[in-house]
Design a protein around this ligand. Structure first.
Ligand code: CA
Length: 160
């Protein structure tokens, strides 16, 4: 009986050590998941949408996020409301998102980050979706200095 108990404890201890080892070499499941989405080595993190300023600017975790390569209509332009509503429906306030900072436009300030934002249950690329839906245009001038310029969507909509 005692031997069985020792064996069971040994198995529990071995599994625990195994888990610790895996966490040490691979990071948490969460960070492994982020690694599978994020490109480059600049900041990449989970966040919560706090405000949608317009179609290309969001407030996430207290930071202003400017969507890389994207230009959406300004307040005084006709399609402003439509483009903003599109973002609101895809990434509602309070929803969780992933922010992947543009490695070629890393900001010195913590407060304004140029990035691709992934939102929704299946984490869709908001930058790409805005272009696809016709609610924004690509900022061609930035194709030369964006990490994302070589992605299919960026090439398709003007960086190619
Ligand atoms: Ca990046």
């Amino acid at each position: 009986m005692k031997r069985k108990l020792i064996l069971a404890l040994a198995i529990v201890l071995a599994s625990f050590l195994c888990a610790v080892y895996l966490l040490l070499i691979q990071g948490t499941p969460e960070s492994a998941f982020l690694k599978s989405i994020c490109k480059g080595s600049a900041r990449c993190f989970y966040g919560t949408i706090e405000r949608i300023t317009d179609g290309d600017t969001l407030q996430i975790n207290g930071d202003t996020i400017r969507l890389a390569l994207i230009n959406a209509p300004e307040k005084w332009e006709a399609a402003y409301e439509d483009s903003k509503s599109f973002v609101e429906s895809m990434c509602p306030i309070g929803s969780d998102v992933v922010v992947d900072e543009d490695d070629l436009q890393v900001s010195r300030s913590h407060r304004r980050i140029i990035a691709v934002v992934y939102c929704g249950r299946v984490l869709r690329n908001l930058n790409k979706e805005l272009l696809e839906a016709g609610y924004a245009k690509i900022l061609k001038d930035f194709c030369e200095r964006s990490e994302f310029a070589n992605e299919e969507w960026a090439k398709f909509y003007g960086c190619g």
